[in-house]
Design a protein around this ligand. Structure first.
Ligand code: SF4
Length: 159
């Protein structure tokens, strides 16, 4: 097939699985966002759904968790933890989930991600630190940003 007859490669994006419709939130619910899904379908964009917390080894449902003191940058640099409301240290699972999300992006040549805002994993502009909402990303949001992936925060549940 000549170069001009070859189909253009499809744009592929990573999307938080709960925004696509998976019931993978800590409370077993979804945040399916029909506006986002319609926009991506209209633009012919291929979706790779991904839940960093499930892929990192945490089950669903699972206890709510947040970053302990500083933020995701400090978690990734080994100076902070992610703790569940039960007191369990889930840092390893959160970091593993973020690394696997990045690996998915690298495998598929993904340069853009749409992530569930305010999640301790997927938050882009905001997440909970020490139980308070803070203007800082979640662990996966931070790792993707560090690696040059353009991330956009989505609230979810739009009809
Ligand atoms: S926000 Fe991220 S980690 Fe939380 S359920 Fe959705 S995809 Fe999973």
């Amino acid at each position: 097939m000549s170069a001009e007859n070859r189909p253009a490669p499809r744009d592929v994006v990573l999307v938080s699985a709960c925004l696509v419709g998976s019931f993978c939130r800590h409370d077993g619910r979804t945040k399916k966002d029909l506006v986002l899904l319609r926009e991506l379908a209209r633009d012919g964009v291929e979706i790779v759904p991904f839940c960093p917390e499930e892929e990192g080894g945490l089950g669903t449902p699972r206890p709510e968790a947040w970053i302990e003191r500083e933020g995701a940058h400090a978690v990734l640099d080994g100076r902070d933890r992610v703790v569940a409301i039960t007191g369990a240290d889930v840092t390893r699972e959160f970091v593993r989930g973020a690394e696997l999300a990045l690996a998915q992006c690298q495998r598929h040549g993904i340069r853009r991600a749409f992530l569930k805002e305010r999640s301790p994993s997927c938050g882009v502009c905001q997440t909970y630190v020490g139980g308070e909402l803070v203007d800082t990303p979640g662990v996966t949001g931070e790792l993707l940003k560090r690696n040059g992936i353009a991330v956009e925060g989505i609230e979810g549940l739009r009809e």
